[in-house]
Design a protein around this ligand. Structure first.
Ligand code: ATP
Ligand code: MG
Length: 443
């Protein structure tokens, strides 16, 4: 066990306490699992990373779901059952799930069946953004906390992950107290240590440490979010090394390097959280330059030249268009994770629904559906922060989206996409997203 903990702490620095605690709670094979663990801490503090690594090393069969993606309980139950049973809904099996399941009773029964069929392995369900579950039925959260009791002799653990503390969760009916594990925010030194892992091997540690401290000194007041800092560190490193490559300075020439990078960092500071390119897109672009491709300059210049909307807003617009023009019942087919590419057959195009959705105009959709589609089409991991919601309201102000219905619908506003297909297609091209692929009945 010590060896496993040591391995994981090597891969994930600055999280030793949490890794040790989690590993000792979960224990080795055959150990009974606790029924519920509650993880809380700010976004980007490594909750998911630590939990998935520990569970994987300890050989627990895991289902990992994000509650933001579920707009009804049925989708959630079926996704969990699919993951635990290893069912992959795809075009080959006509998108069939492990079982149709829309209530807790059936869910428990199917869990038991899966447990027995697989020889009673240790199982875990990780639920990201579990604060969303508070909107479900009041008995749902208490039931999840005692899932092990309900499934009787199945060894199953539910891990709720959230950015809110447990006090914000307790329903009026009471809750069986889970084991609580806190992930504190990283300190500045810890951030430096983690970011040092991004060092390209061709540069010395001292040089990279200087660079990371410099970036942190600029960004630390604006954001302490690790994924965002990671993105900025990777994005600006090339500019930092420019004087070295031109032979104008050497690694020790800190002042010269700082003078060169300062304007870049100041500029980047204005676009914290409002990226022009996503991290994964940036990484892909890096690979292309390394392999000598010239697509990079094309993508980059077209992205910056036509840049009117922040990166996430572009995806929000695409999601809004898809939500407006695709019938809701086809969402599962298009946006199920790991569904593979959607193959269009002649039969599909000839499908019963002959009417061209594009001709009848946009249909209103609820905010939840927009977000569910948004999360499934975006490559990066995005948190539903106020910043994202404010981008939605900006899009409404810019009249790119229309809010439908009266102001009395505070809880669940409905929107419509108010732009043409050509507009969406040019946005999609900028972010390298094949929108036609995801449109129902578009030919
Ligand atoms: P959320 O509440 O949004 O789900 P989280 O706490 O689950 O956030 P993670 O997804 O685990 O955060 O981490 C976010 C990113 O930061 C990931 O890319 C992860 O690899 C990286 N990260 C977090 N902590 C560490 C660490 N200690 N060492 C290396 N990378 C880390
Ligand atoms: Mg997480």
């Amino acid at each position: 066990m010590d060896e496993i903990v040591f391995d994981i702490t090597q891969q994930i620095p600055c999280r030793k306490t949490q890794i040790q605690l989690l590993a000792s709670i979960v224990g080795k094979a055959d150990c009974p699992l606790p029924s519920c663990i509650f993880l809380y801490g700010h976004s980007g503090t490594g909750k998911t990373l630590v939990t998935t690594s520990v569970l994987e090393k300890l050989g627990v069969l895991t289902s990992h779901v994000n509650c933001v993606e579920f707009y009804n309980a049925r989708v959630m139950y079926e996704t969990i059952l699919n993951q635990l049973s290893g069912t992959l809904p795809s075009s080959i099996n006509n998108y069939t799930s492990y079982a149709a399941c829309d209530n807790l009773g059936d869910f428990v029964r199917h869990l038991k069946n899966i447990g027995y069929a697989q020889g009673k392995p240790r199982m875990a369900i990780i639920m990201e953004h579990s604060e969303r579950l508070r909107d479900c039925d009041t008995s749902f959260l208490p039931a999840l906390c005692r899932l092990q009791e309900l499934t009787q002799d199945i060894n199953i653990l539910v891990i709720l992950s959230s950015t809110l503390p447990i006090d914000k969760f307790r329903p009026p009916t009471g809750l069986m107290e889970p084991i609580i594990l806190h992930f504190p925010q990283y300190t500045k030194d810890e951030l430096i240590e983690i970011l040092l892992k991004l060092r390209p091997t061709s540069y010395s540690e001292e040089f990279y440490r200087n660079y990371v401290s410099l970036v942190l000194s600029v960004f630390y007041l604006a954001t302490k979010d690790l994924p965002e800092l990671k993105h900025q560190v990777q994005l600006n490193f090339h500019a930092y090394c420019e004087p070295l490559e031109k032979g104008e300075a050497d690694e020790g020439d800190v002042r010269k390097l700082w003078r060169n990078i300062e304007p870049h960092l100041k500029k980047a500071l204005t676009s914290v959280y409002l990226r022009q390119v996503s991290s994964s897109q940036y990484e892909r672009m890096q690979c292309l330059t390394e392999t000598g491709g010239h697509e990079l300059s094309h993508t980059k210049s077209s992205v910056t030249a036509k840049m009117e909307l922040p990166f996430y807003s572009k995806f929000l617009m695409i999601a809004a268009y898809l939500a407006s023009y695709n019938p809701a019942r086809t969402d599962r087919r298009f946006f199920m994770k790991h569904h593979g590419k959607q193959r269009k057959t002649k039969a599909m195009i000839k499908a019963k629904e002959r009417s061209r959705n594009q001709l009848v105009g946009p249909k209103p959709f609820p905010l939840d559906r927009l977000l569910a589609i948004f999360y499934s089409i975006i490559d990066d991991k995005v948190t539903p922060t106020a910043n994202l919601f404010s981008q939605i309201s900006t899009l409404v102000t810019l009249r790119l989206l229309t809010q439908v219905g009266g102001d009395d619908q505070l809880d669940s506003p409905k929107y419509k996409c108010a732009v043409s297909f050509d507009f969406i297609r040019s946005i999609a091209r900028m972010v390298n997203f094949d929108v036609v692929h995801y449109l129902y009945n578009y030919s």
